[in-house]
Design a protein around this ligand. Structure first.
Ligand code: NAP
Length: 262
């Protein structure tokens, strides 16, 4: 098992290093959220993905504190619900209080607000919050390329990250390039839910490396340079989903997986 220190990371502006495998926490509430995050930190994950909307920031914060892992060794993302546009300061203050921390590593606009004007106003607030130190990096989620460009045109600052639905069946090399060209890190969510884990191509590759189809899917993200944040409330799967560093996919295997959605 890879140690917490050795895991691959990607650089965000401001000298922020983001671990490429994070732990998703959507739909984990109460003690299930606390126990799962404790397990994830024990296994070696050092990147946790939460959101105001998930209603579990307090459990995530308590799990970090009780784990004994120093706060600065954990990359924490939370997200602004767009209906809180106009209340950005209050929302980040509430997130920090719940997470028991002075800063988050990444703060995202959870999905685009209803108008470009509202999106831009929130983006300016996120940049200000970053400049004041409450978020080390800021970005967006569920944005299209045109919506990213509108933020850059208005402020000269690209989001550090765009967190979007991603997986082999959604493979879109053009969209991946658009992110790279703009210096925006693509972070994929719902990697397992968007994949048919019984697909024979996945099964064959999994047998070759003696791993599971789920692990092949997660490794596919890493081999494309995409950050991935699988969620599980099951201890064995929490472990399995972080055990990705003992194999890499060949170019031919990547191409076979890229074609899953066609
Ligand atoms: P996911 O991680 O693709 O899939 C989670 C589901 O897969 C759970 O039902 C889990 O079951 C199961 N699972 C986990 N590991 C597995 C494995 N190795 N083999 C087979 N099944 C496995 O889906 P997600 O939770 O939608 O996405 C991941 C994270 O992305 C979320 O938790 C959240 O942090 C983030 N997200 C963000 C947005 C956004 O709008 N920004 C939207 C959706 C998700 P068990 O829990 O029972 O093990």
């Amino acid at each position: 098992m890879t140690s917490a220190i050795d895991q691959p990371r990607v650089s965000l502006p401001g000298d922020v290093r983001m671990p490429m495998v994070g732990f998703g926490t959507w739909q984990l509430r109460g003690s299930r959220a606390y126990d799962a995050v404790r397990e994830a930190l024990d296994v070696g994950y050092r990147h946790l993905d939460t959101a105001t909307m998930y209603g579990n920031e307090a459990e995530v914060g308590r799990a970090i504190r009780d784990s004994g892992v120093p706060r600065e060794d954990v990359f924490v993302t939370t997200k602004l619900p767009p209906e809180r546009a106009g209340q950005e300061r209050r929302t980040i203050a509430e997130s920090l209080a719940a997470l028991e921390t002075d800063y988050v590593d990444l703060w995202l606009i959870h999905w685009p607000p209803p108008s470009e004007r509202a999106s831009l106003a929130s983006w300016r607030e996120l940049l200000a919050v970053r400049d004041e130190g409450a978020a080390r990096a800021v970005g967006v989620s569920n944005y299209g390329t045109g919506q990213l460009d509108a933020l850059v045109e208005a402020t000269g600052e690209a989001p550090a990250v765009n967190q979007i639905r991603w997986g082999p069946a959604l493979h879109d090399p053009g969209r991946l390039d658009e992110h790279r060209e703009r210096g925006v890190v693509l972070e994929g969510y719902s990697p397992l839910k968007t994949t048919d884990l019984t697909d024979p191509v996945l099964g064959e590759i999994a047998r070759k490396y003696r791993v599971t189809p789920g692990q092949v899917v997660l490794r596919w993200h890493l081999d494309h340079g995409v950050v991935v944040i699988p969620k599980s409330g099951t201890p064995s799967r929490i472990r399995e989903n972080f055990d990705l560093f003992g194999f890499t996919l060949t170019e031919d295997e990547l191409s076979q997986l890229d074609a899953m959605g066609r």
